[in-house]
Design a protein around this ligand. Sequence first.
Ligand code: G
Ligand code: G
Ligand code: NA
Ligand code: MN
Length: 253
Amino acid sequence: LSIQSDLRKALQNGEFQLFYQPKISTRDASVKGFEALIRWVHPVKGLVPPNQFITVAEDTGQIVEIGQWVIETACRQNKQWLDEGLVNVRVAVNVSARQFKEGNLIEVIESALASTGLKEENLELEMTEGVLMSDPSTGDTLSELRSKGIAVSLDDFGTGYSSLSYITRFPIDTIKIDRCFVQDITIDSEKAAIVSAVSNLSHGLNFNVVAEGVETETELDVIRQLRCDEVQGYYYCRPMAAQDISEWLRSRS
Ligand code: G
Ligand code: G
Ligand code: NA
Ligand code: MN
């Protein structure tokens, strides 16, 4: 309950922050994009992780306003990295079902792009299968956004219903293989078999494949052998504040 009432003040008090985690090419280790991940620095509780407030915000509907802030903030940050000549990639924001259903997602995105000057080709949306299936109109909304040049990633792939028929029904660009399949992949041949199958299937359908949660070099080696296109994980970089990402980018160039 206190989380819920505190959430109402969090936006106006500027207690949210976005962290960013790079997505790295398995071919040449270049930066292919960033995922924006929200953090809440609560005045009393300190850092509250998203799994402790995103569901609450979804239940109360506060996620619509928070999500709008996330989109605007991520667009502004990515435009700044672009203007500084640090990187020219997509920033990916996570979207919840209610942002589709009642959040005027298209208008919110258009106004964020207009006010920050970021282009559609530098923005990506990440959503789970549950979000895709939450409303009959999500497919049409995504088709419209994609026709403008915004990319769409299917997040946490393999943990939901994962119906093979419907990944071809929805307009998506990228499959993100959930990190539970990467964990122990070096010793668990069943996980390797699953990642191999998903990777092949996805490429057959012309999707880009990202493996989440790569923490070690041996995991990276296996993931590369299984021909995933990109990795996201602690091995290369933990989610970090924007200024730390800027330094990380400068140190690599
Ligand atoms: O970064 P971390 O591991 O703590 O993120 C935990 C979960 O919170 C992830 O599933 C992620 O998708 C979700 N999450 C992070 N930021 C956002 C956000 O801005 N919006 C939504 N809807 N979910 C987010
Ligand atoms: O949106 P999604 O549920 O995929 O959120 C990604 C989550 O995974 C974030 O909470 C992020 O902090 C976390 N994460 C990113 N890289 C790694 C990793 O290498 N290992 C683990 N355990 N978690 C990671
Ligand atoms: Na995500
Ligand atoms: Mn994920």
